[in-house]
Design a protein. Structure first.
Lengths: 209, 209
DNA sequence: GACTGATATTATCATAAGATAATTACTCTT
DNA sequence: AAGAGTAATTATCTTATGATAATATCAGTC
């Protein structure tokens, strides 16, 4: 298990070179007019997070949204016994966030940890909400992004209800072929909802066939 | 298992009396200006669906959104072996929909069935998308509604990953105390992701304590 | 190349849930 | 009230996964 604690990510000034990547990533979800794009340079900041460190931790009230420019993250929660369950993996081009603003007075119940050294650009949620008030394109973007997240979770629910662990593992490999090399069995198992020992046994039985 | 087939719901002309209920229900998610509200009478239609019949069925491309004015629905999918898995229950004041417009060229993979005689008002998705183009309040509404759905699914994922069947059953009873009387054990079990036989055994072991 | 710590595998046993079938309890209709 | 059909329980057996511990593999460091 990871024993790293929260570490304030390093600020750096390479935002400019990441702006194109941000614009492209935002463009997946909505058309953002040039005027709005020009506002971003002031409010987006650039940071690195080393492997093993956290973007946010369970219990935080911290509210930021970040775009992953490079690196790999896992989103996970921990139960009272310390067992970790991985909800999702996130890679370059995807966003990570704590959604607490949508749930008033509620702590974030998951953590987001870098599995590789990572570069991020991020924005405070309060600044983002101000953008939404300025121009409807940002609401449109949030709507489309939330819809994508929702569909991802719908699919995950179906998988957890309908498939056995073996099928879930095979589908994980199919869906994330590149991930398998970079993610430990411990983390894959916690995504599949089984123990690492079960996953190992499962892999052994698949090899036989 | 239900053997009813799809039945075109009955059209009736009692939309006016349901308009207040619609306005109140929409108001949960966004402020809709009076001008926009006035457009609704033309495009919303009112229908009833009898117990056992479907609002939509797995494989449909049908795209409508409906507000439940009375009655109870379950959203479920069926695997290749015919096993049903219930994704959610929906009651008066909640919306039901097929989201296929968001997933191009993809069939809806779940069915929505009335568990009680139900009254609905509904709108075609294409008409709703036209509203979104007219005024940003509708995009705002969709954004907030999708966020609520997303949070519901996030919670469900955590539950399926982290809790055993017994805990999930107790939490189901806590969350939906009124549902328990109206929903068969078969449907509760399919929501919990276990067989009805398992649920029955589980209930017996809970009674002992 | 040997030591160390982290990961992954394998083995053993215990437990929860699935499959099937038989039984009991309800509900509705006549 | 009897019978039919549906829903829920109980019993038996099987299987998948969990818990724990021992071993094996791998990566990094000196």
């Amino acid at each position: 298990m990871w024993l790293y604690h929260y570490k304030m990510p390093q600020l750096n000034d390479s935002f400019i070179e990441k702006k194109d990547f941000l614009v492209k990533s935002l463009g997946q979800y909505a058309d953002i007019p040039a005027d709005e794009i020009n506002l971003l340079a002031d409010i987006f900041k650039s940071r690195n997070i080393d492997k093993g460190f956290f973007f946010l931790q369970q219990g935080d009230h911290l509210s930021t949204v970040a775009l992953i420019c490079s690196g790999l993250f896992r989103v996970f929660c921990t139960d009272l016994l310390g067992n970790e369950r991985t909800l999702a993996f996130r890679r370059a081009g995807q966003f990570i966030a704590g959604y607490s603003p949508y749930i008033e007075n509620r702590e974030i119940w998951y953590s987001i940890q870098a599995l590789e050294d990572a570069e991020l650009i991020f924005i405070n949620f309060s600044d983002y909400l101000a953008l939404e008030k300025r121009h409807p394109c940002w609401t449109e973007l949030t709507k489309n992004y939330m819809t994508e997240l929702y569909i991802e979770k719908e699919d995950r629910e179906r998988s957890l209800l309908q498939e056995d662990a073996s099928t879930r593992y095979l589908n994980f490999k199919k869906k994330y072929p590149c991930y398998e090399k970079n993610i430990s069995q411990y983390h894959i198992a916690s995504y599949l909802g089984i123990t690492p020992v079960s996953l190992s046994r499962l892999r052994a039985s698949l090899k036989k066939d």
